[in-house]
Design a binder for this molecule. Structure first.
Ligand code: GLN
Length: 537
């Protein structure tokens, strides 16, 4: 087995510079050269996982097939690399401390004082190396969340410093991502923040090998030389990352900047030839240049922060590229939708998506949006809570159960068309206890979803506690709302679709977690096709 090599990615100056995208882009380039690559994210916060976090904090919670609730960067890794990540790809400080404290309680430390160094750092190290032991990867990219200089990232920085010593310089590379701000008053790009940020890393014992500079303007050779000289790196190791219109262009820019070649040289791995990015280029070309526009409304309640619906937005864009159209998405706040403004808010869209969510805030606006899509025959896609809203709407307005609701929102409804799953009833702890991860779904022969997937059996990822109440199934079916996807073991309804409507589908699972650039999700592709047809009509 070849030895796994490690790329460590840190960030400086500010947060949100796009370490995840740079890591994913590098991963994609290395993979396109034939290397087996995966990416891991270390998050310095104390939550054990982001499952209990409000989406306003760090954006959406991404779910892996093995049921881990993870940082949204894992979504980028999967979308760029077309791989599956797992629980081992996301580690938080909370999980590290939890493991160490449990060991201490068991008496595993044999009377020793338990300390950040070496016990916490050793546990971080174990988690980093664990991924390489699971599968035969050539290269693992490890992204360290936060910004260097933060108190909470220190144990991670110390750990990767030690790992260079443990594994050797030819098996490790440090990439540091910083910002080169442009001061409009003097018309200058400034390198000082980068120099300071590298100094902070040096104080912590790390000399970065490669610097990726995020910038709004082209960096000339003199500026690159200055950065190289003051930060002790070669000129070829100063990489420009300029703002672009789509994140999927970043791998192509990194290829031009030879980030992959520089990294491979450090790792003493063959770097001849060019990565095969033909298919990728075609998709980027479509994303940028498709003329025809399809307008989609995304109805949700976390719309102030676009990262809350990251995977859904990206899936819609992938599906646009697959259909050779440009998809534009307007996020509409469900709390602002009322009977009075419903028509005004939703007219002019060729498709309506009702988003996942929790709790009753904004729920009536979502139900109104479903009603509009159903009656006006606008293509409709309901995801998780979006499906549940479609079921409530149908029960109220089509079956005549005016008080129909989910028991999540109203425990006293006479018509609980959505109810807590049986196995959820005794659960009191919130963290990691939903129905999570991949489950099989059998598709009804001849249904729209079966045709869209072009198969009878799929595996999709879940994150919910409530489900369709099967006591109502017959009535729904008799009235044209059919269960076209069922879990074979539990009989839980996974997909509902409305007949006599151009495209009205709701899924209890989250298809958005499985859409990748090279493999756009069939339901999203089919939905956008329906939106194109709707417009043409
Ligand atoms: N709140 C709903 C449930 O728990 C839907 C969850 C979701 O949309 N992810 O079942």
């Amino acid at each position: 087995m070849a030895k796994t090599k490690y790329v460590f990615v840190t960030g400086g100056v500010t947060s949100s510079l796009g370490k995840g995208i740079i890591s994913a882009s590098l991963g994609r380039l290395l993979q396109a050269r034939g290397y087996r690559v995966t990416i891991q994210k270390l998050d310095p916060y104390i939550n054990v996982d982001p499952g209990t976090l409000n989406p306003y904090e760090h954006g959406e919670c991404y779910v892996t097939d093995d049921g881990a609730e993870t940082d949204l960067d894992l979504g980028h890794y999967e979308r760029f690399l077309d791989i599956q990540t797992s629980q081992a790809n996301n580690v938080t400080t909370g999980r590290i401390y939890q493991t160490v404290i449990n060991k201490e309680r068991r008496g595993d430390y044999l009377g020793k004082t338990v300390q950040v160094i070496p016990h916490i750092t050793d546990e971080i190290k174990r988690r980093i190396l664990l991924l390489g032991k699971k599968e035969n990867f050539d290269i693992i990219i490890t992204e360290i969340g936060g910004t260097v200089g933060d108190i909470e990232s220190l144990p991670y920085i110390e750990t990767v410093r030690q790992l260079r010593w443990d594994l050797g310089p030819e098996n490790t590379v440090f990439i540091h991502l910083t910002l080169v701000p442009f001061l409009s008053s003097s018309g200058e790009l400034k390198t000082k923040p980068t120099q300071h940020s590298v100094k902070v890393l040096l104080e912590n014992g790390i000399q970065p090998d490669v610097l990726v500079l995020r910038t709004e303007h082209e960096l000339d050779r003199d500026l690159r030389k200055k950065v190289a000289l003051f930060c002790n790196v070669g000129l070829e190791a100063v990489i420009q990352s300029i703002d672009v219109s789509t994140i999927y262009e970043v791998p192509l820019l990194m290829q031009e900047e030879k980030l992959d070649v520089t990294v491979l040289r450090h790792l003493k791995m063959p770097a001849g030839g060019v990565p095969d990015m033909m298919g990728w280029k075609q998709i980027v070309d479509r994303l940028k240049n498709s003329r025809e526009v399809v307008k989609i409304a995304l109805v949700g309640k976390y719309v102030e922060l676009h990262d809350s619906y990251k995977s859904i937005l990206e899936s819609l864009f992938h599906a646009g590229a697959a259909n050779n159209v440009k998809v534009t998405v307007d996020c509409i706040h469900s709390e602002t939708i009322t009977i009075e403004n419903l028509e005004r808010e939703l007219e002019g869209f060729q498709g309506i998506v009702v988003a996942p969510g929790f709790g009753d805030r904004g729920i009536e606006g979502k139900i109104l949006a479903v009603n509009y899509a159903r009656e006006k025959k606008v293509p409709f896609f309901g995801i998780c809570l979006g499906l549940q809203c479609a079921i409530i709407e149908f029960a109220r307005n089509r079956l005549g159960y005016g008080d129909a609701h989910s028991t999540e929102m109203n425990n006293y409804t006479k018509h609980p068309v959505i109810d807590l799953m049986e196995e959820q009833k005794g659960i009191t702890e919130k963290g990691g206890t939903m129905r999570l991860g991949g489950y099989t779904c059998l598709l009804k022969t001849g249904s729209r979803v079966q045709k869209a997937y072009n198969t009878d059996r799929v595996r999709e990822r879940h994150r919910h506690r409530y489900e369709f109440n099967n006591e109502y199934l017959e009535e729904f079916t008799n009235n044209g709302m059919i269960a076209s996807g069922i879990n074979p073991e539990s009989g839980l309804v996974e997909i509902m679709e409305l007949q006599n409507h151009p495209w009205f589908i709701g899924t209890q699972f989250h298809p958005e977690y499985r859409s990748t650039v090279l493999n756009p999700h069939p339901l999203f592709v089919n939905f956008i096709r329906a939106a194109i047809n709707y417009r043409q009509r």
